[in-house]
Design a protein around this ligand. Structure first.
Ligand SMILES: *Cc1c(COP(=O)(O)O)cnc(C)c1O
Ligand SMILES: [Zn+2]
Length: 428
């Protein structure tokens, strides 16, 4: 990382969470070949000061690739990029005012290349797959992951096949197809059937997987949230980070990112990590409230509008995201669809159009302030993970029907005047 020894990556290999076996970065593996556990990328990061880091960042692109030493790509020629990362960190004074949080920020990933945070993770995973000589790209997705995979695979000249739930949003499917993927629909009653189908595809076709955590590189992309947020706050650390949780890749990754910055010496403390799930389907929140480090299946994934975080069968029993929450002295909270819709409209007041999963973070902040978990003076960052353009139908029928006029109608002027309400609006 220091300028004198600047290198492409400080990654040293892959290590199994469960048995500790290490594998070289050049080995094409998904989960641990010896025990089936999840793999994580290890790094040998040199110690440095804030000044060292700022110097080494000078002149680099404002994308996830700004942090190349913290990413697992060995040869920059393999980088596949659509300009992902470095989304705006927006101070939200109106929402902050109504929630009693004057220092509330939104990390707005709705402006990502395909409209969600998944672009961070697929930029890294597809680049790494290219480096490993993988020529096929398959994933199972509730929507956004398939869209990102489609985009990055096309750009890497890989064939992409995406399996979606039979009830996936039509907009999301069209977007995958427009970005070059083949889409298949899977109907199922219990998620175990999906697990079995995926395992059989993996076994019979020797497919390289892009599913979160089964692919050891996706969360390396999401951890760039930590670096960006610190830099955008002038190398300060927020008190709370609020993430929506599906598999929990995002919260686990951001926690990893903050710890790496602490390890190299650039920051002294780390934030408390907060996870948010929809009340209809909140296995990790249940586990947290029980004080458990392992979640069990519960809830109904079809019973919430927050599709991107609707997961009733927690992957790997939710162990990684729960670890991030416990280690950081954080919390998990469930929010209702009504609270999510209200939060979408609050974000609208700040000029941000969020999909339900992203807006859940604002609802979560509100709950935790009410419960006294988050104190009013705290610096809070809510990650808005996806654009409302992905699921515009969730607001159908909830907002005022626009009044219709004939263009030559005499009532038109009075009506528009009434809409502005304030006489001063017409004073010049
Ligand atoms: C995938 C996704 C999430 C959840 O991310 P995990 O890493 O699976 O927890 C949240 N919001 C949106 C918009 C997503 O697409
Ligand atoms: Zn293992």
């Amino acid at each position: 990382m220091p300028t004198k020894t600047a290198k492409t990556t400080c990654a040293t290999g892959l290590k199994c969470d469960d048995c500790g076996t290490e594998y070289p970065l050049s080995e094409r593996v998904n989960t641990c070949p010896s025990c089936g556990g999840l793999l994580d990328v290890t790094y040998d990061l040199p110690a440095m000061s804030r000044d060292d880091l700022i110097t080494s960042l000078a002149g680099r692109s404002l994308t996830v690739w700004r942090w190349r030493e913290f990413l697992p790509i060995q040869d920059p020629a393999n980088i596949v990029s659509l300009g992902e990362g470095y989304s705006p960190l927006l101070k939200c004074e109106q929402i902050g005012g109504s929630l009693g949080l004057p220092d509330l920020f939104v990390k707005n990933d709705s402006v990502s290349p395909t409209g969600s945070l998944k672009d961070r993770s697929f930029a890294i995973a597809v680049s790494k797959a290219k480096e490993l000589g993988v020529s096929q790209a398959f994933t199972y997705s509730s929507g956004n992951a398939g869209i990102s995979l489609a985009a990055y695979a096309s750009r890497a000249r890989m064939k992409a096949v995406v399996a979606v739930n039979a009830w996936a949003s039509a907009q999301k499917i069209l977007m995958m197809q427009a970005l070059g993927a083949e889409v298949i629909k899977l109907d199922w009653d219990s998620f175990e059937q999906v697990d079995k189908a995926l395992a059989s595809l993996r076994g019979k076709l020797r497919l390289y997987e892009f599913v979160n955590f089964v692919n050891p590189f996706r969360h390396e992309g999401q951890k760039t949230y930590a670096y960006e947020i610190c830099e955008q706050l002038g190398w300060q650390v927020p008190d709370y980070m609020i993430h929506p949780i599906g598999t929990g890749g995002g919260i686990f990754a951001t926690w990893k990112g903050f710890n790496e910055l602490k390890r190299v010496g650039v920051i002294k403390k780390t934030p408390r990590m907060i996870g948010v799930q929809p009340a209809a389907c909140a296995p990790l929140v249940d586990a947290f409230l029980r004080g458990s480090r392992e979640a069990v299946p519960t809830g109904d994934a079809k019973a919430t509008i927050a599709q991107s975080i609707a997961s009733d069968m927690p992957f790997d029993r939710g162990r990684r995201p729960l670890r991030a929450v416990y280690e950081s002295d954080g919390a998990m909270v469930a929010v209702t669809d009504e609270q999510i819709v209200a939060s979408i409209l609050m974000l609208g007041q700040e000029g941000i159009y969020s999909e339900p999963a992203g807006a859940a973070t604002i609802a979560g902040a509100q709950m935790l302030v009410r419960q006294g978990v988050i104190e009013p003076g705290a610096t809070v960052v809510c990650v808005v993970t996806g654009s409302g353009l992905k699921q515009p139908d969730v607001l159908q029928g909830m907002l005022k029907e626009p009044v219709a006029f004939k263009a030559d109608s005499v009532e038109l002027v009075e009506h528009v005047k009434g809409l502005f309400g304030d006489k001063k609006a017409f004073s010049h």
